[in-house]
Write a protein that binds this ligand. Structure first.
Ligand code: TXA
Ligand code: MG
Length: 338
């Protein structure tokens, strides 16, 4: 595998990455949300390789990354005007639109569904790659299926380094959690995954743009929480007020604990076992996956995470923490996979 050692990828690096994509290879690249593992979205064999390396079930669809909104009609059909309005308002940016697929779109992209997910990422390296490649790049997050998403090139190297052809290094991701996904193929726009473009941002936008249908454009977040984005260490979410007794309980049971809180927290846990998130959802999200990775390397028996609000921009963080905790719950038989 070739890797470049500079933080910002050079023009030569992007050139090489484009050649690898053209030859059916796999290239990890930075986006503003998380690193993606890219393959030519029109090359079935490249996509099959991508699924195999990720260890991802083949009925899971992948997002097609584009450089320009003009390319939408190559992937979607019967595209509603709202798709172009949302794209013009939020792209490049952390928003994925689900559209009806064109018949030419490969089943390997759509997971055999009648829909396709598309987005234009807001990262100079990703945009340069997509522009030069000129076609759609299918890219799930560049991690093994079900594990934590990578937000730095060295995360990708650690997870997939030996199995992929190239890693473009664009520094740490600025958003840190995956894009907001909005399904535009139903009667009403529906959020399938919350992200840092919030429900309020979208509601405001849709409300303004569709005056007569304001009451119909209510967005619902499905309650289903598949286990996903999980560290290896069982993770539990605990309200701040209950943290002291929870830590004490585990210490009495000789269960080793690592801790992630929003603000400094007084405890007798060793400093190496404590990680500070942030009081703001933007900063918390930016470092969430790197923080969980760090706590995961300690080899503790539990990661305890201070509960965060399920509102506003915190919803994106709340959702990822719930999913990470769900893996633990499902091991204990308390939750079902979706
Ligand atoms: O921010 C992001 O979205 C990152 C970066 C790399 O762009 N990508 C990402 O991809 O998170 P991935 O594959 O890890 O998650 C994509 C999600 C999956 O949950 C998948 O089910 C959903 O998007 N998805 C993709 N196409 C879909 C479709 N046609 N219908 C419904 N869901 C879809
Ligand atoms: Mg993923």
């Amino acid at each position: 595998m070739h890797t470049n050692n500079t933080i910002s990828s050079s023009i030569a690096d992007i050139h090489l990455a484009v050649e690898i994509l053209q030859q059916g290879g796999l290239v990890a690249f930075p986006t503003e949300t998380v690193y993606g593992l890219g393959a030519d979205a029109s090359n079935a064999r490249a996509l099959q390789k991508l699924y195999a390396i990720k260890g991802r079930p083949t009925n899971h669809p992948v997002i097609v990354h584009l450089a320009d909104i003009e390319q939408l009609s190559e992937w979607g059909q019967d595209i509603p005007p709202i798709a172009f309005e949302l794209g013009n308002a939020f792209w490049p940016g952390p928003l994925t639109l689900i559209l009806r697929r064109r018949e030419t779109v490969l089943d390997e992209v759509t997971g055999g569904q009648g829909t396709v997910g598309v987005r234009i990422p807001d990262h100079p390296v990703a945009l340069a790659l997509l522009k030069q490649f000129g076609r759609g790049v299918a890219a799930p997050s560049a991690n093994r299926f079900g594990r934590l998403s990578p937000t730095r090139a060295d995360h990708v190297r650690a997870d997939l380094g030996h199995d992929i052809d190239y890693i473009l290094d664009g520094g740490p991701c600025t958003i840190g959690v995956e894009s907001t996904i909005i399904d535009l193929t139903q009667d009403f726009p529906t959020i399938l995954r919350p992200g840092m473009i919030s429900l309020a941002d979208l509601n405001k936008f849709l409300g303004i743009e569709t005056e007569t249908a304001t009451s119909k454009t209510t967005i619902r977040v499905p309650g289903a929480l598949p286990s996903h984005y999980a560290p290896n260490t069982p993770l539990e979410i605990v309200p701040l007020a209950q943290l002291p007794e929870k830590i004490e309980q585990y210490q009495q049971e000789n269960i080793s604990v690592a801790l992630l809180t929003c603000a400094p927290f007084k405890t007798n846990l060793p400093p190496s076992h404590r990680v500070l998130g942030s009081n703001t959802p933007q900063h918390y999200a930016q470092t969430l996956y790197a923080n969980l990775r760090q706590l995961d390397t300690l080899g503790c028996q539990r990661i305890l995470v201070e509960a965060v609000p399920n509102e506003g921009l915190w919803q994106a963080v709340f959702n990822r923490l719930q999913r990470a905790a769900n893996t633990f719950a499902s091991i204990q038989g308390e939750a079902t996979h979706v």
